[in-house]
Design a protein around this ligand. Structure first.
Ligand code: HEM
Length: 539
């Protein structure tokens, strides 16, 4: 049985308000001893030598020596803010997740925006995909929506992630370039691995140089499965729509800004919040029926290189996010936050998208080394706002003094009640029973094979000015390759998508345009009125 902790017990101490707040009349050591002087080492006379016994010198320098933690292996450069998410309530017809379904329910969130490729100190306005990660501290536990500002990804299977990132980050010999897609290894990889084509088109579009995080869309990318209170399911894609609209920098602006103010996006986020000009987004979902083949209008919903055009399934707004509070301590909040796709709440499930499945492993795994062991969920920024009773014990950096001698189940020692099995009726996360069958293979479905149609669709959807920007982007970035053969191969890939674009980029590079490939034909999307019967409306 568990006794009340003693007055001087570390349990009380660990709960004490103000712990580590670094306030008070005296400077102290980390052990609480008051200090007369922090400006001079302890020496034998003013000219030294310095004495090894100077515990204050040793503690101060040692702690400083270990101030840095590893930066994220990707998305190292980021900025974050707190906010409030308010549900419109209309999502109740598709999900039982309370923070989405309950009209007017407010949930605290932390959002971290990032670039993907550059180091922690790299510039904000480089050409890159942006991360848009949101942690919802819901009453049912944390839910993380770890998205990007582009709706598709370079690869269809997580096993290719080390390849695409090794190719897209700096060259290993010189560690340049920082955060740019203008180099040989990037173009080498994407010209050989053509499933990247659709994302490459987004990366060469104006979307890759957002004006501000305020004017950027966000996408969950993968298809998720929602479950409502009656157990009915649907397949959805998540979208963040910025209230301020989508706006980009011109490439010249982006380049100049990277030099003049490398913190341009971070500064805008924090200054705006300080000034009360909050960032606002609507969360929307595209809702598709949960059919056996998990396709919609011929689009395989498990393929993360494909979108569902909004004409076929409109984005239906289900809530609003307002970012309204800056961090107090970048390290403790923005740097130590740990997002994870496996942080799910009842009403939201994952699908078999092979990119999503691999991500479910990767985030927790990388955080074990980035944040030093298995207890990073105790860090204030990662703590759920729901009660936690997890039987997890000990480990590096354990900061909770757990009580009770029976962190196992079943047990008869924890008191008369024990724990109650949480079924759906009392908020348990019960996985949807889904039949699984098939041969063990290393293969993609045939439906993943088309790498070009949606890239062509995207290019066709741009205005002429945006198309010009894309031609200029391909020309600029490819011109930075040292290897001519890589440029030639990439032109050949482009020719599968659009002949006019290819010819212009080839001319810009002073190379002949590849011949003989018909461009992909883009069927105009049917008018919304004609297809509403095929959309599964919510509410
Ligand atoms: C980090 C998005 C694919 C591994 C991130 C972050 C975002 C993100 C937004 C930054 C999170 C933060 O702010 O802390 C995405 C999206 C993907 C994708 C939208 C595809 C749709 C993958 C894949 C893998 C992966 C396939 C690995 C198999 C990682 C890792 C981190 C990360 C290791 C660093 C996490 C940390 O250190 O805390 N990703 N990612 N990502 N991602 Fe992804």
């Amino acid at each position: 049985t568990t006794k009340e902790p003693a007055e001087n017990s570390p349990v009380k101490e660990s709960l004490a308000p103000g712990r580590g707040l670094q306030t008070g009349d005296y400077l102290t050591t980390g052990q609480g001893a008051r200090l007369p002087d922090t400006d001079h080492s302890l020496k034998v006379g003013p000219r030294g030598p310095v004495l090894l016994e100077d515990f204050h010198l040793r503690e101060k320098i040692t702690h400083f020596d270990h101030e840095r933690i590893p930066e994220r292996v990707v998305h190292a450069r980021g900025s974050g803010a707190y906010g409030t998410f308010t549900a419109y309530g209309n999502a109740a017809s598709v999900t039982k997740a309370g923070f989405l379904a309950e009209k007017g329910r407010e949930t605290e969130v932390f959002t971290r925006f990032s670039t993907v490729l550059g180091s922690r100190g790299s510039a904000d306005t480089v050409r890159d995909t942006r991360g848009f990660a949101v942690k919802f501290y819901t009453a049912e536990g944390n839910f993380d929506l770890v998205g990007n500002n582009m709706p598709v990804f370079f690869i269809q299977d997580a096993i290719k992630f080390p390849d695409v990132i090794h190719a897209a980050k700096w060259h290993p010999d010189r560690e340049i370039p920082q955060a740019q897609t203008a180099h040989d290894t990037f173009w080498d990889f994407v010209s050989l691995h053509t499933e990247a084509t659709h994302h490459v088109f987004w990366a060469m579009s104006d979307r890759a140089v957002p004006r501000s995080y305020r004017t950027m869309e966000g996408f969950g990318v993968h298809t998720f499965r929602l479950v409502n209170a009656d157990g009915e399911t649907s397949l959805v894609k998540f979208h963040w729509k910025p209230v301020a609209g989508v706006h980009s920098l011109a490439w010249e602006e982006a380049q100049l800004t990277a030099g003049v103010d490398p913190d341009f996006h971070r500064r805008d986020l924090t200054d705006s919040i300080d000034a009360g000009l909050f960032y606002e987004y609507e969360l929307g979902i595209q809702v598709m029926p949960d059919t056996a083949d998990e396709t919609f209008q011929g689009i395989d919903l498990l393929d993360p290189t494909k979108i569902v055009p909004e004409e076929l399934a409109p984005v239906q707004p289900i809530g609003k996010l307002v970012l309204n509070r800056n961090t107090d301590n970048f390290h403790a909040e923005t740097e130590q936050i740990a997002f994870h796709l496996g942080n799910l709440v009842p009403g939201i499930e994952v699908t078999n998208d092979p990119l999503l499945q691999g991500r479910l492993f990767s985030y927790l795994d990388t955080q074990l080394s980035r944040l030093g062991g298995p207890n990073f969920n105790q860090l204030p920024i990662n703590r759920p706002h729901a009660p936690v009773n997890d039987n997890l014990r000990d480990g590096m950096h354990q900061s909770v003094v757990h009580r009770g001698i029976a962190p196992y189940l079943p047990n008869s020692l924890s008191g008369p009640e024990g724990v109650v099995p949480a079924g759906p009726e009392n908020g348990g996360y019960v996985h949807l029973p889904k039949p699984v069958a098939g041969d063990k293979v290393r293969a993609n479905p045939v439906s993943f094979a088309d790498h070009y149609t949606q890239a062509a669709l995207f290019y066709a959807s741009l205005t002429p000015i945006e198309q010009d920007h894309m031609v200029e982007a391909f020309t600029f970035e490819l011109s930075k390759c040292y290897e001519q053969a890589i440029r030639v191969r990439m032109l050949s890939v482009l020719s599968n998508v659009n002949a006019e674009l290819t010819a212009k980029v080839a001319a810009g590079l002073g190379l002949p345009a590849p011949e003989g490939k018909p461009p992909v034909e883009v069927t105009p999307s049917p008018a919304l009125a004609q297809i509403t019967d095929r959309v599964w409306p919510i509410a």
